[in-house]
Ligand binder design. Sequence first.
Ligand code: ACO
Length: 394
Amino acid sequence: MAQQPECKVEGNYIVVPKGLVNVIVDETKVSGVDPKGEATIYRGYTIEDIGEHATFYEAAHLILYGQLPCDDELKEIKRKIDAYRGQVPEKLFDALKLLPPTHPMYYGIFGASFLGQYYAPEWKFDPDFLYDHALRLIAQLPVIFAAGWHLAHNGTFYRPDPSKDHAWDVLRMIVGREPSDIEARAFESTLVLYMDHGFNASTFTVRVIGSTLSDLYSAVAGGIAALKGPLHGGANEKAMEMLLEARRIAEEKGVPLEEYIEEYIKEKLARKEKIMGFGHRIYKIHDPRTDVAAKYVAKLKDGEFWLKVLKKAEEVMWKEKKIPSNIDLYTGVLYYQLGIPIPMYTPIFAMGRVVGWSAHYIEQVLNNKLIRPTEKYTGPVGLKYQPIEVRCKR
Ligand code: ACO
């Protein structure tokens, strides 16, 4: 068993392990691993229970307000999210037209910042105000990602339809066609599975920004930037790129991918490369979100084939490294089955996680303490400033 990293006390300071591994920095009631360390919990429910059964609106209500909604509450959150989805300022679409075809996560960072300047130059810490802005951002962020992508690549975009369900409409705006019921539900389920996950890197970023009493839009712009990295949300794109590379080589060799994947992974491991879509800071044995995602992968195009490949890859990784797959491996394949362009995979993660970011932001600012750790300085001391002609004399 791997040695547990330890904290040390040095004078008045606590020295914690690099990467804050196993460090608890605060309490939260939004989500996290249960006290027995056995399950990840959304406000009391297991993540797989909610991921499999709850709609986007139900799960968002649970994460934001702490309980699953009853009739009137459900109608109200649906009414607000659908209405806000249709109210993205026209000026924002105009601004997106000026952006080059870069990674669409940049459109989210840009769009969140734009909305903040547009809606909330004066920020308040009143709960009703905060929840209202959270719903607006949850509704509008997907429209921004989808419009930014299509504007950059096709010069036009699909407008939101507030009469439709959020997940269905968002998927339509991304793929540019009307999804089937099972496609929309598979997509919706991944948004729910991605909605929150304790103090992960992007959520912690949001809480740090919130702790300075900055506004929600700025905090979410920071969250999107943190999520973009390949060690976090960027992994769903990298995992699918890896599977497609393996499929191309397998085809060249004339071997089925479900057989070739073993050799492909072993060669990568021999070169000390990471296998994307595997490993997790919290889940060392199994990521339960993969079970729910796998059920939907099975129901979509070529589901049986992809599941065979993923099961084989998991078997090899467990035998070689004792590392389990994570949700990004499965969502990568699921989004591919839906025909979604690969660079939109991480933005979709953000479209779900913005719910958790908002809930954590509100929890942080309504019971705030500035998050400001202390460093251990290990650089030189005692240097004195010299003018350039003296310090650079040869
Ligand atoms: N492939 C190969 N080896 C791996 C992998 C992997 N995917 N993940 C971990 N390892 C190895 C590391 O190389 C390290 O080996 P070492 O002790 O010999 O140096 C050991 O396992 C421990 O890994 P760390 O990276 O130190 O574990 P940590 O908890 O810090 O990191 C992380 C977790 C970053 C997710 C890591 O597993 C990883 O890079 N995975 C690939 C990227 C990925 O899929 N990210 C998605 C995370 S889930 C999410 O964001 C929803």
